[in-house]
Design a binder for this molecule. Structure first.
Ligand code: ADP
Ligand code: MG
Length: 305
């Protein structure tokens, strides 16, 4: 497979001894910013001089598109080839010049067939093995997944060392977050691993909408340190960045959209491999009343626009 090793030299001093950290980006819900998060985190990691591989496990193939890499639909060396007994896949280089340290494994046509299998089926182990075999080349692997926690998302979770759950800042998404976290934790128990870290990243945060502010307040209250210090703003920039094939952290580095993902990236990288002393999160009894209360508190502080 045509490796990108030639141009991949940068790496800060002291960076962990050839261990590859696999980060899965998951959420049951679609449209919460998983792909946008995968792409911007991967790009921010690459800009920070670490060699990062972005693996697209969503048959829609959006992650590749968002970094300017055409889908591997007609090829058979995309991410669909990573679960074989003898893996067959290759990393493409993003055409974005400043992303020389980013490799991309785009979705290929075999992913559709894989996605039809609702259970992991041993794929997670094979994916983990394929990625362990690539540890000389990559420091961090970011895996984008389809909505849902079964199928290919379960595969990513079984291969992952760390998990990021992008959660949109609205009532229904915050409500559903509990279920996503519980499912991720049940995979931890089942596989005897502890994600280091398991991060909730608030997305679509609109400071002008009390509902969004209340949702983030509630996430931080309930899930404490699990919640990233990065708050991803609601911004049209992410969509135009996807259209341009250049992630916001690269194309508009001084924008709030980019700054937020850099904060989330720095926090994630600092926490990689470090197990939290204690996980916050009273997971039971997360009810409508909490959101109402958070909203009331906000409204008592400032009038509704
Ligand atoms: P998912 O992968 O969870 O389905 P995407 O990252 O594809 O979500 O985002 C869904 C849509 O919302 C895309 O059009 C994307 O450009 C846009 N989007 C993502 N994050 C934001 C944000 N923070 N603010 C505004 N639009 C966003
Ligand atoms: Mg997506």
């Amino acid at each position: 497979m045509p490796h990108l090793s030639a141009g991949l030299t940068a790496e800060p001093p002291g960076w962990q001894n050839h261990r590859v950290h696999v980060v899965a980006i998951v959420n049951r819900k679609g449209g919460v910013g998983k792909t946008t998060t995968a792409v911007n985190l991967a790009a921010a990691i690459a800009l920070g001089s670490r060699r990062v591989l972005l693996v697209d496990l969503d048959p829609q193939g959006s992650a590749g598109v968002a970094v300017g890499v055409a889908s591997a639909a007609g090829d058979d060396d995309g991410s669909g080839g990573m679960f074989r007994g003898k893996p067959r896949w290759s990393a493409r280089r993003s055409p974005v010049p400043s992303l020389a340290l980013l490799g991309v494994v785009p979705a290929d046509r075999r992913l559709d067939a894989e996605a039809a299998t609702p259970v992991d089926n041993g794929r997670g182990e094979r994916l983990a093995a394929a990625l362990r075999g690539a540890r000389e080349t990559w420091n961090i692997v970011v895996v984008d997944t389809p909505p849902g926690l079964g199928g290919l998302s379960a595969t990513a979770l079984r291969a992952a060392d760390a998990v990021v759950i992008p959660a949109a800042a609205d009532y229904l998404s915050t409500h559903a977050l509990q279920g996503t976290i519980e499912s991720v934790r049940s995979i931890e128990r089942e596989t005897g691993r502890r994600y280091a870290p398991l991060v909730v990243l608030p997305t679509f945060v609109d400071a002008r909408r009390p509902g969004a502010v209340a949702a983030v307040t509630l996430m931080r209250e309930r899930f404490g340190e699990m919640v990233s210090p990065g708050e991803i703003p609601r911004s049209a920039r992410y969509d135009s960045a996807a259209l341009a094939g250049v992630p916001a952290v690269v194309g508009a580095p001084r924008s709030a959209a980019a700054t937020a993902y850099r904060t989330a990236c720095d926090d994630l990288v600092a926490r990689l491999g470090r197990k939290p002393a204690k996980r916050h999160g009273a997971l039971k009894g997360f009810v409508r009343a909490d959101m109402r209360e958070a909203l009331m508190t906000l409204r008592s502080r400032r009038p509704e626009p």
